[in-house]
Design a protein around this ligand. Sequence first.
Ligand code: NAD
Ligand code: DAU
Length: 351
Amino acid sequence: MKKTILITGGAGFIGSHVVRLFVNKYPDYQILNLDNLTYAGNLENLKDIENKPNYSFIKADIVDADKMNEIFTNYPIDSVIHLAAESHVDRSISNPLDFIMTNVVGTVNLLNAAKTAWKDNFNDKLFYHVSTDEVYGSLGETGLFLETTPYDPRSPYSASKASSDQFVRAYENTYGLPIVISNCSNNYGANQFPEKLIPLFINNIKNKKPLPIYGDGKYTRDWLWVEDHAKAIDLIFHRGKLGETYNIGGFNEWQNIDLIKALCKLMDDKLNQPQGTSETLITYIKDRPGHDKRYAIDATKLNQELGWSPSLQFEEGLSKTIDWYLSNEEWLNNVTSGNYQNYYITQYETI
Ligand code: NAD
Ligand code: DAU
């Protein structure tokens, strides 16, 4: 069946993997990648597929409501996979309003544009909203986030994502818009902007710069290979039940300090330097305000209903990720020049 799918945020980290998967796997689908190319958006991420006949790029800001309506008028869009967002918790602490604008207002603009263009005839239409496990708040030592866990967002980022999720559900309840939502844990892999823990630390080790660990480093995250997230999105898009929420996670919890030590060991190997060299860069710094202690996803529903499970062991994924960053020096240099330097100085001014 032919489809025209608007993928928002397709020039970003996860979005670029989703766009690549759909463009390559579904030559009959037209894939429209809508992205405003903020600091986190990078068309270099999609060089390998940019000339495919079923791919087009649209530069636009989802905060611009008129533009969203125009795009839905100009293209026969029947589905949306919405990933565009401000995504970094630390930046949300410095600039919450940017997160409200893109994540909340931008999402509502897209919902309105889809609803208007589809003229309340929702046959074969779908609005798929990609969200995060952070909406569920912070776990103690035990327990896992289920799809039924009450929302308890605790940072401006997670509050903006929780709000966008609820607007998506409200549009289903009020107008009957066909929607599906997934909430995923921490992703890692190629093309992640080096403000997030893993690529930041790879880049710093490479440049022999301090590794800034917030607080005591005993915060826990559940890590998932980004291509496994893209595969889950593909499954949910095609086979997920309308109106449902699916949790996606790696069944792969790590305390930050343990993860960083494992990363340091791998980096020492890859850089042919004595074991222990990278660990000397570890530097404990002031904690992130409101730092969530632990996230961990129960992805049983997705596994049992749609047969999804992560394909890659973490050590293998981490090794592949390091290899990607070490062999894509130009990409890394391009994204860490210019404004990145100002961000870095402000964020890590004490080290
Ligand atoms: P990212 O920051 O790497 O990419 C975001 C993309 O959105 C960029 O290409 C950026 O240019 C674009 N964008 C931002 N504001 C825009 C606007 N106003 N208009 C149009 N485009 C805009 O983010 P990511 O890590 O790839 O995350 C993608 C989505 O997945 C987000 O919705 C995020 O909340 C969610 N998510 C991320 C993770 C993770 O671990 N990274 C985990 C779960 C869910
Ligand atoms: O859980 C899903 C979320 O994961 C996504 O929704 C977000 O978009 C994504 O950014 C990520 O959020 P985190 O805050 O968990 O990711 P980050 O890489 O920023 O941090 C991971 C952990 O590492 C967290 O406990 C904070 C810590 N950290 C992070 C940085 C950048 C440090 O100790 N030092 C750092 O410099």
